[in-house]
Write a protein that binds this ligand. Sequence first.
Ligand SMILES: [Zn+2]
Ligand SMILES: [Zn+2]
Length: 337
Amino acid sequence: MAPRVQLEKAAWRWVESVSPEDIQREHIEIAYRICLPACKRGACRRNCKGNPNCLVGIGEHAWLGEIDENTFHNIDDPNSERRDKNTFVGLTNLGATCYVNTFLQVWFHNLELRRTLYLCQNARAEEHNMDSDYEPRSICEHLQYLFALLQNSNRRYIDPSGLVKALGLDTGQQQDAQEFSKLFLSLLEDTLSKQKNPNLQNVIQQQFCGQMSYVTVCNQCGRASPLPSRFYELELNIQGHKNLTECVTEFLKEEKLDGDNRYFCESCQSKQNAARRIKLHSLPRVLNLQLMRFVFDRQTGHKKKLNTFISFPEQLDMGPFLEEKVQFTIVTRNTFE
Ligand SMILES: [Zn+2]
Ligand SMILES: [Zn+2]
């Protein structure tokens, strides 16, 4: 029996046992269902005829505009989107943007960077009142906004569309994660360098930038010529390796320059066989070790992904890899696969 017919029957059932002269106010109220409790959400479609107190689905058009009935009636329990205590807020994958989310989470969890972002001047946010929703515009504003939501939202996850759109990223296409991290950090570095507060200007360098040099030694005269350089990540070849230490060791291995690669030596004033290696002088507070999982496949002419398992210790002692032997222990964290 349909719920409406059931209600109808229940409303008039008293008729069978009450004679006309005994009809009271309560009988009328039952008949016209005056005292029925309001329908629970989901119990009926909307404003049902069976219950005059039914408020289901009344008036939401005024607030939300036209609504697709099907999606409206499939709303999940809002509590399922509420984050549990002491858990982090996640970021929605917009298609193929997991690499963006990964970096955003890493940067968010860098407290120094987060604090710096919060301290960046934002006149638009300061002047903003509660009459309208605040809409971030610049990349810096978007990042501030996103970090604030990651920190304070009650939701289990939030949508990073605003920032991703502002960056002009194609959400359907997986981009080079390394390239993204480089471009984004240089953009942040540029933004922060323009801040009036001098404590904010160099945070990206302080957090992520290390110093190294390429040292080339001429085989003929033995002259060593160092070329100082800065790095924001070390790009490690993983082919043929099983763990991080092996990868770093290869990265710092001496490379022979001979044949077509011979080196022009300033002292000898001619091309000579030489040896080149990278020397690490100082490490940043956050060392970004990139495992080069995409390699060029000669046979197919395409990039292919290496799914090689690379193990890493919880603590990586970088001391042996540094030129000046100082204690430098890195707490490793796997950020991407
Ligand atoms: Zn109802
Ligand atoms: Zn030489």
